[in-house]
Design a protein around this ligand. Structure first.
Ligand SMILES: *Cc1c(COP(=O)(O)O)cnc(C)c1O
Length: 361
């Protein structure tokens, strides 16, 4: 008999979005926070071109992409580590600094993959309470104990969509002991990238990492490229764990072209934000609660879990798939990715009809 590692038997696989639908209904998938827009045409072209040389291994140092990120974001290329999506980087970071007997800390509605990453490392996952869907830096600081090794926050959060201010993050870092790694996951950072709120400079402290991804604003989720701003000592540990050559040549080339096309990314962000604000406003007028958010999705809060379930069922019958939030500790919520304009109209129409029927009942 094969004997997997004991810590794996207690670990549930990371749950991806469910998409079963009735037969013959075409799907509007608004459940994975994928971009409403295709990647930059330049990225598509560069990825296709790179395939011609795919018989060669990619450059493991990812030099051109790191250089392009460094120039566009105004940082030093030597501080950049690329991974096969930021999930790859999250799992690696947690495994480098936490193991059995250690604690990985996040907040109640932290990104679901944080728990999985702690499980992969064999560490215990602990969450601190949030305040009305906002991460509470005080609660995180209170929750730190002698076993805490890694603190993870997503900013803006997924599924909440809310932001932690730079001042709060500085306060958190100042309060954490130096031996605790702070990971700031900015997967949606491009959706409102105010220079005064950037946290890249915290990385110079040596125990803080900031992560970004090509999966959201750049529309390259299928290429699997994430990057982090990582202090040298942390990079040295990560290199021991990460599989070499884990970012394919087409992915490197597509991401490089995408980051060079800032104008296209900003257009995507502008259009998505505008569409999101109109969708959220429409839901609020029909009486649904939508917390403020700075992402390519909204969290929709219903009166209770039954109402969320009933709305989800009404949407699925018509092929609209949102992400139920029971597994995130928010059974009264659904998360809706901002997709094509027509799809948001359809979703708004179905929810309006559902809400009127609920009120009449
Ligand atoms: C989507 C998302 C990621 C991105 O993961 P990739 O592996 O880069 O696709 C990371 N963190 C959060 C909070 C996310 O929502």
């Amino acid at each position: 008999m094969l004997k997997p590692q004991p810590r794996l038997s207690a670990l549930a696989p990371y749950t991806l979005a469910r998409t079963e639908l009735p037969d013959g209904v075409s799907q509007i998938a608004l459940n994975q926070n994928e971009s409403a827009f295709p990647p930059s045409p330049r990225a598509v072209e560069a990825g296709a071109e790179a395939l011609r040389d795919a018989r060669f291994y990619p450059d493991p140092e990812v030099p051109r992409l790191r250089n392009a990120i460094a120039e566009e974001y105004g940082i030093d290329w030597e501080d950049i580590v690329c991974g096969a999506g930021s999930m790859d980087l999250i799992a690696t970071l947690v495994t480098c600094f936490a193991g059995p007997g250690d604690v990985v800390l996040s907040s109640d509605y932290g990104y679901a993959f944080f728990r999985t990453a702690a499980g992969i490392a064999g560490a215990q996952y602990v969450t601190a309470p949030e305040n009305d869907f906002q991460v509470s830096v005080e609660a995180l600081i209170d929750a730190v104990d002698g076993h805490t090794r890694v603190v993870l926050v997503a900013n803006p959060g997924n599924p909440t969509g809310t932001r932690i201010s730079r001042a709060d993050l500085v306060r958190l870092r100042d309060a954490l002991p130096d031996h605790i790694l702070l990971v700031i996951d900015e997967a949606y950072g491009e959706f409102r990238d105010v220079p005064a709120e950037r946290t890249f400079d915290l990385v110079a402290r040596g125990n803080t990492v900031v992560l970004r991804t090509f999966s959201k604003a750049y529309g390259l989720a299928g290429m699997r490229v994430g990057w982090g701003l990582v202090p040298p000592q942390v990079q040295a540990e990560m290199r021991k764990l990460m599989a070499p050559n884990n970012i394919g040549c087409a992915a490197q080339a597509a991401a490089e072209a995408a980051v060079r096309d800032q104008a296209y990314m900003r257009m995507v962000v502008r259009e998505t934000t505008d569409r999101r604000n109109r969708f959220a406003a429409r839901l609020r007028t029909i009486g649904l609660s939508v917390p403020p958010c700075e992402t390519n999705f909204v969290l929709i809060r219903f009166a209770d879990a039954d109402a969320a379930h009933s709305a989800d069922a009404a949407l699925r019958v018509r092929g609209v798939v949102l992400r139920p939030m029971g597994g995130f500790g928010l059974p009264n919520c659904l998360r809706a990715t901002i997709g094509a304009e027509d799809d948001m109209t359809t979703t708004g129409d179905i929810l309006t009809a559902w809400f009127e029927k609920e009120m009449a009942a």
